[in-house]
Write a protein that binds this ligand. Structure first.
Ligand code: F6P
Length: 762
């Protein structure tokens, strides 16, 4: 950098000096020309008037008058003198001062006589630069002699030197100022940011700062910095993967990482490709005025599947629901994502308002969602919604068939309750495809499910899959019992499979998880716990010393109201915590187009306000309700700095907030309070498990959490983090896809063949 500055300074000096000297030379030349022209003009005026007078006076014997006349002009500015010559060049009259220097008749005087015209010339007299103007003298139309007007022109040289001197110092000052300003600009806008960037990159390279840390302000190098950040992120991943590999080899552990999944899938899929289908897309493009934002929707499904697709490429087919989604896709409605580091393809499927209303809001979320979650909200089933549900499933089938058209033996992972009919629809057209469906929500008992008028069609659609996954075993059992009751089939309880219309579907639990692989402890540069908590609360304009956190879509299954009641009860029962404990609820508005959700949002807000009004004092409030969607990066500091996390779902397939909270607990000090009605409660035995309907019990759990000894917290969090690390999303995907790839597709064909033979024999 120093070398660069020296080179820059020298080039600047040379460049500016060359240009300035060029200009100065031109200036001096002009000045010289102007001074000479001025002198010539003055000499001419003087010469002409003098020549006329001499002409009149010149008579034989008038030498004295002539001498007197020329002497009168001796003392004019820069004038050396005047000489009158006769026709032969002999001096007739001369100013005495000139007689000393002008010893010979100048040729111009002779030429003026011979050519009868003015002659102007610059010459030197004893090294003195002079200008001589010679004019013919007439009398009675005859050339009688000549007059020479001689000026000292040394002042022109002095004047030119003055201009040169002036220009030189001017240039010197200019060069100095320009170099100084340039260096300051370079320092502020180039050297400074580059030095900061180098420091930051070194930090990233040596692992001294986490790559999650914000890119520093690098001024005009920002675009470059973003690229470097992405590169550093990949580097970091690679480094961690290598370290993990080494650690695994040493400990002979069977830890799943993105790299292991990617290798495993390449081996498993062979020439096939991976296709994921879900209603919710991982990235929505939203136009707000002139800006185009990329939004990651608040969805457990997206949190879980995005790392899988990032690890193995493939195609994710989903509803394009962003208002600017259509602006960024290609002719086949595809684009590569993640936008900042493309790793897989997203195929968007477009739905009309009516389709979205009937299929998504109607059948899926007013029908199936409350049907499968026992949260005491009555499911609504409308025939028109069912028709849209079928229609949209067919639309997605067509999109899938298009995507897998030229792929032999593709692997298709269908997601969730939006697509119960899709597995059979795909298999009917492409029996060579391996199709799995993962049901992200609970499967209720057969009596509860039995109220759905289309239960038969739903179960039949699902049984078209080769593999049906749920989070936990009891959901598998509930499903098999439903199958047993509603469709004609053979349920094999020993192998957990169903044979229907010669097709075998395997049913298995695959507890979903988060992309948690490393446990490096506190990251370098991570702020102190107390400082981070105080900063977060200060930014919320609250004064408190203890903080709880809750992160949910505002959904009636999440038990947010019950949670607030428990906080109220806790503050009533343990008033010593008033003024100290604040609960931050991050609530992303969800499905607000449905009245039940719309009302719930208002209810949650009102309840927070009521409790705050009852207890708040000074700058302390018991509840801060942040009613908007937050990115993972925005939520992470709350997870890290919280003393406890409340997950009080009334019913939940898994609940990934609980796992995300634990993954963020590098300091191993936050306590997890977890509803017994979540799938996560089956795995996270060290959480404080509560019945969210039991307000007293949850209030008591808050007190226990806040008073838990640091050692006990560390022990519990440490054990749960280990469990999540070992059962992360890569294991989930690895197990699910491995199981799916092991299904013998031809087994179904065999069965068909056998049946056909039996029928013939019979
Ligand atoms: O598990 C249910 C689910 O599909 C999850 O992916 C996610 O938590 C939620 O529902 C998303 O809801 P929506 O896509 O309707 O906003």
């Amino acid at each position: 950098m120093r070398l660069l500055s020296v080179r820059l300074i020298i080039s600047l000096i040379l460049g500016i000096a060359a240009v300035s000297f060029g200009f100065s030379y031109y200036e001096v030349l002009n000045e010289k020309r102007a001074l000479r022209a001025d002198l010539e003009r003055r000499a001419e005026t003087l010469g002409e008037s003098l020549a006329g007078n001499v002409g009149h006076l010149w008579n034989p014997g008038s030498e004295k008058e002539l001498q007197h006349l020329v002497q009168q002009f001796g003392n004019r500015e820069h004038l050396l003198g005047v000489v009158v010559y006769d026709r032969r060049g002999a001096v007739v009259a001369e100013t005495p001062e000139l007689a000393k220097t002008l010893t010979a008749t100048p040729p111009a005087a002779m030429q003026a006589v011979s050519q009868d015209k003015e002659e102007s010339s610059f010459a030197r007299l004893d090294n003195l630069p002079v200008h001589i103007l010679a004019l013919p003298i007439h009398r009675q139309n005859e050339v009688f002699g000549s007059l020479a007007v001689v000026h000292d022109v040394s002042y022109i040289r002095e004047q030119s030197l003055r201009v040169w001197r002036h220009t030189f110092f001017g240039v010197l000052t200019q060069v100095f100022l320009i170099v100084l300003i340039t260096l300051l600009i370079v320092r502020w806008s180039i050297t400074g940011p580059i030095a900061r960037a180098a420091l930051w990159m070194r930090g990233l390279r040596t692992g001294k700062i986490p790559f999650r840390q914000e890119v520093p302000d690098l001024d005009m190098f920002r675009p470059l910095a973003r690229e470097v950040a992405t590169m550093a992120e990949s580097l970091n991943h690679a480094r961690h993967a290598a370290e993990n590999e080494a650690r695994l080899r040493e400990a002979a552990e069977s830890m799943w990482t993105a790299e292991r999944l990617s290798v495993q899938l390449r081996r498993r899929l062979a020439d096939g490709d991976l296709f994921v289908v879900s209603n919710r897309e991982p990235y929505m493009h939203q136009r707000n005025g002139t800006t185009l934002d990329v939004v990651v929707p608040p969805s457990g499904l997206v949190t879980a599947l995005e790392p899988v697709l990032n690890a193995c490429d493939g195609t994710w087919i989903a509803h394009g629901s962003g208002n600017a989604d259509a602006e960024v896709v290609d002719a086949a409605d595809r684009l590569r994502v993640p936008p900042e580091d493309p790793r897989y393809s997203l195929r968007r499927v477009w739905l009309s308002k009516e389709e979205e209303e009937g299929y998504y809001y109607g059948f899926a979320n007013e029908g199936l969602w409350p049907l499968c979650h026992i949260a005491h909200t009555r499911p609504l089933f409308r025939a028109a919604d069912w028709q849209f549900y079928e229609e949209v499933n067919r639309k997605f089938r067509d999109a899938v068939l298009q995507e897998i058209e030229n792929v032999s033996r593709p692997v298709v992972l269908v997601q969730d309750y939006h697509f119960a009919l899709l597995p059979r629809m795909i298999k009917e057209k492409r029996p060579d495809a391996r199709v799995a469906i993962f049901w992200h929500i609970p499967w209720p008992n057969l009596e509860a499910f039995g109220i759905c008028p289309w239960q038969r069609e739903l179960v039949d659609g699902l049984l078209g899959a080769d593999l049906i996954g749920f989070h936990i075993q009891s959901h598998c059992n509930n499903f098999l019992e439903t199958v047993d009751r509603v469709v004609e089939s053979r349920v094999d309880w020993e192998h957990f499979s169903v044979l229907r219309r010669d097709h075998r579907a395997i049913v298995r639990p695959f507890p979903i998880s988060v992309a948690f692989t490393e446990d490096d402890g506190v990251e370098p540069g991570e702020p102190d716990f107390n400082v981070e908590r105080a900063t977060l609360l200060r930014n919320l304009d609250v004064e408190a010393t203890l903080m709880g956190i809750g992160v949910d879509r505002v959904d009636y299954t999440k038990g947010i109201l019950e949670r607030f009641l428990a906080i109220e009860r806790f503050l009533e029962s343990y008033p010593g915590y008033q003024g100290k404990f604040t609960f931050v609820q991050i609530g992303a508005p969800s499905r607000t187009h449905i009245k039940r959700y719309h009302d719930l949002l208002a209810q949650v807000e009102a309840e927070a306000e009521r409790i705050n009004w009852r207890f708040q004092s000074g700058k302390w409030r018991p509840i801060v309700f942040l009613k908007r969607q937050h990115s993972h990066q925005q939520i992470e500091p709350y997870y890290r700095a919280a003393d406890l996390c409340l997950v009080t779902s009334l019913h939940d397939g898994m609940n990934l907030v609980a796992k995300e909270f634990l993954a963020a607990q590098r300091r191993e000090r936050g306590v997890l309070i977890l509803s017994q009605f979540t799938g996560a409660a089956r795995e996270l035995h060290d959480a404080l498990v509560v019945n969210p309907y039991d307000i007293d019990q949850t209030a008591e759990a808050i007190r226990v959490a806040l008073e838990m000894a640091p050692q006990e917290r560390r022990l519990r969090v440490g054990r749960m983090r280990k469990a999540i690390r070992e059962h992360n999303i890569y294991r989930w995907a690895g197990n699910l896809i491995t199981e799916l790839c092991e299904v013998r597709l031809d087994a179904n064909e065999d069965t068909q063949e056998r049946l056909r033979t039996n029928v013939t024999v019979a």
